[in-house]
Design a protein around this ligand. Structure first.
Ligand SMILES: [Mg+2]
Length: 252
C-alpha cells in the first residue's frame, strides 16, 4: 500500500533561526529572495525528513506560494499543495487544471470582500501608525487570502489589529471567512479555501490512480488540524500550537 504524507513546512519541518531551540547542527533549507538563508532544520527535523522521505511520497501542504516553495531547498518529487490549498501542482510543477478552475471561481467569489477587509485594515494601520505589513496572497494570478504580519518586534500592534478589527469583521462573516493566528501570522481566509479541501481532492484522485493509500497529515498550527483530520494518521511537533491545544492539555 502506498504511503502519502501531506506535510506542512514552516514551523513543522523547519523554522526561522529565532525559533530554533539551539544553534547546534542546524541545516539551512529555506531562503529569502535575496538568497539569505532564513529557515533551518534541527537535527531531529533532518531525521524526520529522512524517515519520511525514505518511506513515503511527500506532498508539501503549505501556505507558501510556488515562488516561496521554490526557495525551499528540499527534493520534493511529487505533487504539491500551495497557497493554503488554492493551487495543486502536478509532479512536473504545472497547476492541476480541474482544481485551478474550481479555485478560480472561489477567488472571483471572494476577492471583493477580501479587498474590503484589506481596505479597512489599511485605514486602521495608517490612522494608528501600526507596525504591520499586509498583503493578499495568491498564485497563478488568483488572489486567495489576506495576511498581516508585525514588523520591528511590535507584536502588540498585530494583537490590536486582530482584536479590534479583523476578528469582529471576520466573525460577522463567519459563514464565509475564518481567522487564523499563529505567532507573527494573522490570516483571513475564505472557508472555500483550505488545505483540507485540497488534501481531500488529491487523496481521492491519487487513490484512483495508485489504489488504496495510507495517508499521514503532519502540521503545527491549529488550522492544520482540518487537513490532518482528512488523513489516516496525524503527527504534530511537541510544543506546536496544535499540540498545546490538544495533546498538551491536561485531562479534565
Ligand atoms: Mg506551519
Amino acid at each position: 500500500m502506498r504511503a502519502l504524507v501531506f506535510l506542512d513546512l514552516d514551523d513543522t519541518l523547519f523554522q526561522s533561526h529565532r525559533k530554533c531551540p539551539s544553534t547546534d547542527g542546524l541545516q539551512p533549507v529555506a531562503y529569502l529572495r535575496d538568497g539569505t538563508s532564513h529557515s533551518f532544520m534541527t537535527a531531529k527535523q533532518q531525521a524526520l525528513w529522512r524517515l519520511l522521505e525514505g518511506n513515503a511520497t511527500l506532498i508539501p501542504t503549505t501556505a507558501r506560494d510556488l515562488d516561496s516553495l521554490r526557495r525551499v531547498d528540499l527534493p520534493f518529487r511529487s505533487w504539491s499543495i500551495v497557497a493554503y490549498g488554492g493551487i495543486i501542482l502536478t509532479p512536473d510543477g504545472q497547476p492541476d487544471q480541474p482544481w485551478l478552475e474550481r479555485m478560480r471561481k472561489v477567488s472571483e467569489g471572494t476577492i471583493d470582500e477580501l479587498n474590503l477587509l484589506r481596505g479597512a485594515a489599511e485605514d486602521m494601520i495608517e490612522r494608528e501608525a501600526l507596525a504591520i505589513r499586509m498583503r493578499i496572497v495568491g498564485d497563478f494570478d488568483l488572489p486567495f487570502y489576506l495576511v498581516a504580519k508585525y514588523t520591528d518586534g511590535q507584536e502588540a500592534d498585530l494583537d490590536h489589529l486582530q482584536r479590534e478589527l479583523l476578528q469582529p469583521l471576520t466573525e460577522a462573516r463567519g459563514e464565509r471567512f475564518r481567522l487564523h493566528r499563529n505567532g507573527n501570522n494573522l490570516a483571513v481566509l475564505p472557508r472555500t479555501l483550505g488545505k483540507e479541501h485540497a488534501v481531500r481532492y488529491l487523496s481521492e484522485r491519487l487513490r484512483q490512480e495508485w489504489g488504496e493509500l495510507i495517508t499521514f497529515g503532519v502540521g503545527d498550527s491549529l488550522i492544520d488540524g482540518a487537513f490532518m483530520a482528512e488523513c489516516d494518521y496525524a503527527l504534530t511537533p511537541r510544543g506546536s500550537q496544535l499540540f498545546a491545544q490538544t495533546l498538551g492539555k491536561p485531562l479534565l
